[in-house]
Design a protein around this ligand. Structure first.
Ligand code: SF4
Ligand code: SF4
Length: 232
């Protein structure tokens, strides 16, 4: 197996490798703070040490980078301030695209093509939003008249939507909307590119991440919204 040093991994897509993995003290604080430690023998300390020992290729090809939740607890406790989640993300980006976990690959492809990870058509998306709003209004008299302002220009808040909220977790939308309604907030939801989950970020694909983030910025500009609420 070819051994790739981290310096080699810098070549190509990235100009610098900002992670001071060689400063690792092997103290294990990262491992003890990590909620994923032990799954398939994953251990952030081992990951850092393997990278430092020139075994990055094995890490790239392993399941470990995909077990990490990127919660950043490890980086928070590390006395040497090693950016382990940043390292994990960079490692994910080095995996051949056809070898990244299927659900992420398919969701990302769908998001780039259709504007959301589910490939949900615009008409269905709007139907779901209106249906959830009608349910809220029916359930509690104080929310009578609650509507979802789609594509409203000049709103104070533009909110993105996590795909599961228009799929399996529609009830979770209700909490947000009830608060907006009770606070008489001026808000809107874009009808295109509403997806809040950026799997370009999670898969280490910088180009995809920029594209998806850029679409949110375009929505902000197009609808002249003042504040972005990105609950993801
Ligand atoms: S970012 Fe990853 S490695 Fe670090 S604590 Fe969270 S799950 Fe563990
Ligand atoms: S907390 Fe930091 S110094 Fe300690 S083992 Fe983990 S990466 Fe190394």
């Amino acid at each position: 197996m070819e051994i790739i040093e981290m310096d080699q991994l810098n070549h190509g897509r990235f100009e610098t490798w900002p992670f001071s993995h060689n400063h690792c003290l092997s103290c294990g604080l990262c491992s003890s703070s990590c909620p994923a430690s032990g799954m398939d023998e994953f251990d952030p300390r081992k990951l850092v040490r393997m990278v430092g020992l020139g075994m990055a290729e094995q890490v790239v090809e392993s399941r470990w980078p995909w077990i990490c939740t990127m919660c950043a607890k490890c980086g928070h406790v590390c006395p040497m301030e090693i950016d382990i989640p940043g390292m994990v993300r960079r490692i994910r980006g080095l995996r051949d695209r056809e070898k990244i976990p299927g659900i992420l690959r398919k969701g990302l492809e769908a998001a780039l093509k259709t504007g959301n990870n589910l490939s949900l058509p615009k008409a269905d998306f709007i139907f779901i939003l209106e249906d959830v709003a009608a349910e809220i209004a029916d359930e509690q008299p104080e929310f009578e008249g609650l509507t979802v302002p789609v594509d409203k220009e000049g709103a104070t808040i533009l909110t993105t939507i996590h795909n599961k909220l228009v799929n399996t977790h529609t009830n979770d939308l209700k909490h947000w909307w009830k608060i907006f309604h009770a606070a008489q907030e001026d808000w809107t939801v874009p009808s295109d590119n509403w997806e809040g989950t950026n799997w370009g970020l999670f898969t280490g694909d910088d180009d995809a991440m920029r594209t998806l983030t850029g679409r949110i910025v375009e929505n902000m500009e197009k609808l002249k919204a003042k504040t972005l609420l990105w609950p993801e």
